[in-house]
Design a protein around this ligand. Structure first.
Ligand code: ADP
Ligand code: ZN
Ligand code: ZN
Length: 723
């Protein structure tokens, strides 16, 4: 029995898709009173437009007079109570508006204001009055959907009441997003034998399953070295959920990882599984959304946006590679971290949440030690898997400037002659980082961003990796006219090219963002590599994570130092994680050649010995000493604008105001952001540190309340990348 829909609640609070924090009150007409409830998606009119919004509250009374009515209720899409609660929590926690957080829970384009458009569907209909005749004649003449405003202009009467009747009689229709059913499943002829869990895997499952059965929240940190078989644990847990008629959400950091995982899950659970991610078309996502809401699909796999799918009777959430920063939404508000929101969803829905990693984030491991998460360890690799030998090559001692040391070339020869496979990892795409003039040292820069342009030899372009600005490479230096312009350093494209020169007969493929942008391409490369049509894979972090390629016996880390010099307190943690992950790609024994200019760096050293605990101990003491998370919380306030002076003065004014209002908060800055200019906008920022998160949130809310002319203010709670 749903009391919320009882008919005495005649007023609805509706969230519309605006950035403001306001909600709007509408009258619920008699005819809709049995269907409008909390979480309903309703169509209302707003100014000259028609908008869809979410009902977040129903009320008996209101002081507001002259209310407009709710026009229509969306029948197939509505949000559940839990979704509303989580959206509210997110808005509060991340200092965002409810419309921004609610949007995450809905299929694309559900929440929108749109100009109303009409078209004819029933051409046989005989008009019952002169107005209808005129409307239909006009629609027929135009032959495609016509806007309400246009109709109003073209006709000498108000068409609205007549349109309403025509709509009711289904003579015309109002245009909506079309939906198409589509199977979004990776088809591979993967075959696998049933696997029996080893004792550590079994023990891990046994600790989690009681919570799954009873439906009780608990967060687990599953810390298992690379190759310890965490995926099998996930599969076992998901199977258990299905046995209990429950569903599951499996989050993975990036879509590049989905092919393998999806193939595994599809093999195990068939049609009950669906992939979900934001690059599917709107209609595909709508379809998937409905499949889950209706309970026809039960297991969803995908990156962070997957967390918000309406899985019926959700039993468990798994966050694989929980340390990965791609769980953090950085680009737009709400700047949430899906790992943290997953835990909140688990709490609200009374289910266990499993965070898995071979290199847990410092925060998560800290939380596990403080008993906020239950720590489960898998210490051994699965049978047949063993750690590779890691050989460090000090690049300062190499004679040539080639990306490969002599040692690496030797090992590649050896590996290929034994018919094994190799992965070469370089965390930088493009050909070379940049072109430099040998006469005047000038390096071409992006005119919109204060960043060096990256040389892409394939296209003979200079590209800004931040804003995608592109320009043709010229034959001479823009600064001094010299023709001595040379690429310096290297990226994936250059590695690929030089490798082809060294090994002309060997098949090799490159995997990086430029390749992955071509639809379906990385799935194919992945398949070719697993079927051993490809001998060497060259790539960025996209090849570093998660993949299980048993025949790889050599990994070359071409430049382990990339990322170390970044002014971010997490720089070393990232490098440690990445190197550990890359080393973990060699699974059945073999070699890793780790090339570096700083062999003494602790992150590199702990990673090479696979010593997470020592790395953690060192890192946590640094964090304690310099007051970084998890010992304090951090918030970032950034100001962006086209006028440099205005940006600067605004950030200083914001700082003054913060100082007036807050104690117990450490203020760093204002300082120019590390990337000072992006897309033509200058950026300054302040970093706030405090033990007290609610003080930080209060400050950010205050800032949000005072908009500044021609300035964008962006706030970020728990930022993951300070660079
Ligand atoms: P992780 O994600 O922990 O790095 P994976 O889940 O990729 O490790 O497992 C590595 C490999 O070990 C996979 O090929 C998997 O099929 C295999 N495997 C996992 N568990 C077992 C087991 N109990 N017995 C045999 N093989 C296993
Ligand atoms: Zn020059
Ligand atoms: Zn740029």
């Amino acid at each position: 029995l749903n009391l919320e829909s009882s008919s005495d609640k005649r007023f609805a609070e509706v969230v519309l898709p605006f950035r403001s924090r306001k909600t709007y009150t509408y009258f619920v007409p008699e005819r809709l009173r049995s269907v409008v409830r909390k979480g309903s998606i309703v169509v209302v009119s707003f100014r000259e437009r028609r908008g869809t919004g979410v009902v977040i509250e129903l009320k008996r009374e209101t002081e507001i007079a002259d209310l407009k009515e709710i026009i229509e209720v969306e029948k197939e899409i509505s949000l559940k109570e839990e979704a509303l609660r989580l959206a509210k929590w997110m808005a509060e926690y991340y200092v965002a508006s409810l419309s921004e957080t609610l949007k995450l829970f809905l299929p694309p384009r559900t929440l929108q204001t749109r100009k109303r458009k009409f078209s004819i569907v029933n051409f046989q209909y005989i008009p019952s009055n002169e107005e209808e005749t005129k409307i239909l004649a006009y629609l027929k003449r135009v032959g495609r959907p016509v806007r309400l405003e246009t109709l109003k202009k073209k006709l000498d009467f108000d068409p609205l009441p007549f349109l309403r009747t025509l709509l009711e009689k289904e003579v015309i229709r109002e245009d909506k997003v079309e939906e198409k059913g589509k199977k979004v499943i990776f088809d591979s002829n993967i075959q696998r034998k049933p696997i029996r869990l080893n004792s550590e895997q079994k023990a891990a499952c046994e600790r989690i399953i009681p919570y799954l059965r009873k439906g009780v929240f608990k967060s687990f940190l599953l810390y298992g070295v690379t190759g310890s078989g965490k995926t099998e644990v996930y599969i076992h847990l998901v199977r258990e959920a299905l046995n209990l008629s429950k569903g599951a959400i499996v989050l993975i950091p990036e879509i590049s990882l989905t092919p393998q995982l999806l193939a595994l899950f599809s093999f195990e659970f068939g049609e009950l599984v669906s992939l979900y991610h934001s690059s599917l078309s709107a209609s595909e996502r709508l379809w998937i959304w409905k499949e889950f809401r209706a309970g026809r699909k039960k297991i969803c796999i995908g990156p962070r946006s997957t967390l918000f799918l309406p899985v019926e009777n959700l039993g468990i959430i798994i966050v694989d590679e929980e340390h990965d920063i791609s769980y953090k939404q950085r680009e737009s508000s709400p700047r949430y971290n899906a790992r943290d929101v997953a835990i909140m969803r688990g709490k609200l829905e009374n289910i266990p949440v499993v965070l898995g990693s071979a290199t847990p984030s410092i925060e998560s491991y800290f939380n596990a030690k403080r008993k906020k998460h239950t720590l489960i360890e898998i210490k051994k690799r699965v049978i047949g898997y063993k750690r590779p030998k890691v050989k460090v090559v000090d690049m300062r001692e190499e004679q040539s400037e080639a990306p490969f040391s002599i040692k690496l070339i030797e090992e590649l020869h050896r590996s290929l002659s034994r018919n094994k496979q190799a992965i070469l990892f370089i965390n930088r795409r493009g050909f070379a980082p940049h072109l430099q003039c040998l006469e005047c040292s000038y390096i071409p820069m992006c005119p919109n961003c204060s960043l060096r342009l990256v040389f892409h030899k394939d296209e003979n372009l200079l590209i800004c990796h931040f804003c995608n600005y592109r320009k043709q490479v010229s034959d001479y230096c823009e600064n001094c006219g010299s023709i001595l312009v040379r690429p310096i350093g290297f990226g994936t494209q250059k590695v690929e090219k030089e490798l082809r020169e060294f090994f002309p007969k060997v098949t090799l493929e490159r995997v990086d963002l430029d390749v992955a942008r071509k639809k379906g391409f990385h799935e194919k490369i992945y398949r070719d590599f697993i079927e051993r049509k490809v001998n060497i894979l060259v790539g960025t972090q996209m090849v570093a994570k998660g993949f299980d390629f048993p025949e790889v016996d050599l990994v070359g880390i071409l430049l382990a130092d990339i990322g170390l010099g970044i002014p971010d307190f997490r720089a070393e943690e990232r490098v440690f994680q990445l190197i550990t992950q890359v080393i973990g790609r060699v699974r059945k024994g073999g070699k890793v050649i780790l090339q570096t200019y700083s062999p003494e760096n602790p992150a590199i050293n702990f990673a090479r010995r696979e010593d997470y605990i020592s790395f953690y101990e060192r890192e946590i003491s640094v964090r304690r000493r310099f007051r970084y998370p998890p010992f304090v919380r951090i918030a970032l306030v950034e100001v962006l604008g086209e006028e440099e002076e205005r940006v600067k003065s605004s950030i200083f004014k914001i700082k003054e105001e913060i100082e007036k209002e807050s104690s117990g908060v450490e203020i760093k800055g204002p300082s120019p952001s590390p990337v000072y200019k992006t897309k033509g906008k200058y950026r300054w920022r302040i970093i706030l540190k405090s033990k007290n998160l609610s003080i930080l949130r209060k400050i950010l809310k205050q800032i949000e309340k005072r908009p500044i002319k021609k300035i964008n203010v962006l706030v970020d709670i728990d930022p993951q990348e300070l660079f």
